[in-house]
Design a protein around this ligand. Sequence first.
Ligand code: AMP
Ligand code: MG
Length: 392
Amino acid sequence: MIKLAGAYEVMMGSARRLGSERVEISSSLNRILTEDVLSDIDMPPFNKSLRDGYACRRGDLAKELTIIETIRAGYVPHKAVGPGQCAKIMTGAVLPEGADCVFMKEYVEKPTGNTVHFVGEGTEDNICLKGEDVKRGEIVLRAGSKIAAQHIGVLACYGCVEPLVSLRPRVGVIATGDELVGPCEKPAFGQIRNSNGYQLAAQLRSVGAIATNYSIAVDVIQVQNDIVVKAISENDVVILSGGVSVGDYDFVREVLRANKIKLLFEKIAVKPGRRVVFGVSDEFFCFGLPGNPVSTFVMFELLVKPFLYKMAGHKFEPVVNYRQLTETITRGKTERDSWLPVVFVEEGKVAEIEYHGSGHINALSEADGLICIPADVVEVKKGTKVAVRQIS
Ligand code: AMP
Ligand code: MG
């Protein structure tokens, strides 16, 4: 049994990069950029007024100034501002030659005719110089960025209308188990609805993967094999849930091996989880996750998610909050790290959620995050600051 960190290393070390494609800027939200984006212009592209007001020479601020023209945003000034002169100027307009400051229109005496008089105590320059924010040719977005709304603004600003992004990983999901029925069905005695297939597909979509749910695979080797063969041929990665343990009807590992998939690990010292399989074959990858929905969810968060992002060229960093425990947590001695669902409560605090184990799917729906209690730690005292890994 390897530690989670060891499993993570093995798994990340074998990830391959997907290809790239160009997409329209408006379709690029949440995609992973695969090349640096350079600025094709200085920003701002000209010396720019930051205020509605009057552009003049700073040394003339105390004087009555003659207005020589009005400069609107988007227009080019026609005249240079000389001594004793100013130009009326709008926010975002080009600063005229000769001027070195703009005073706000709020600080003038009621303008009479074509003159104006500044009456403020003093003024900022209210100018943004050409190239002050970004110089032409500078990198404005780095390869590997996950494109967020604010990045789309940057892409538009610098004319990158078709960013080069990673292909989305195609991921097949196969839920195994004789006991499973679809969510539309009322489970007969002994049956259970397939929640994992839906949960996994949703987790996959939230990381930008193209998820395909295959039919439920009953615990029959040939049936599982047929579905696995199909899923392998249609995806970059396949995730199976259930059937990875050591029960008489757990066939997943056998089926994967029969398909020439080399299993790089089969057991991790983590709870919930333990039975987690990761396999590779050439360009293809496969995860076998435990059937219990909390285990499936947590293992996706801890392993599958960073792996899929790596395939797309993005380094996933979980959001971690440090908060104080409201109550002491105790547990039996174990050689496994435990991940427990927790909820944010009052400012700066976090509470354990009632959690009955890895089958208790409802515990997750209330959770804001997970905390890790390392192997051999049997008690974490009330008030301890713990790292809460946020889940999304
Ligand atoms: P297994 O890993 O196949 O031994 O399953 C462990 C537990 O998870 C059993 O109680 C299963 O009924 C349950 N389980 C397996 N697959 C699913 C699924 N797709 N949705 C919900 N629960 C499942
Ligand atoms: Mg099973």
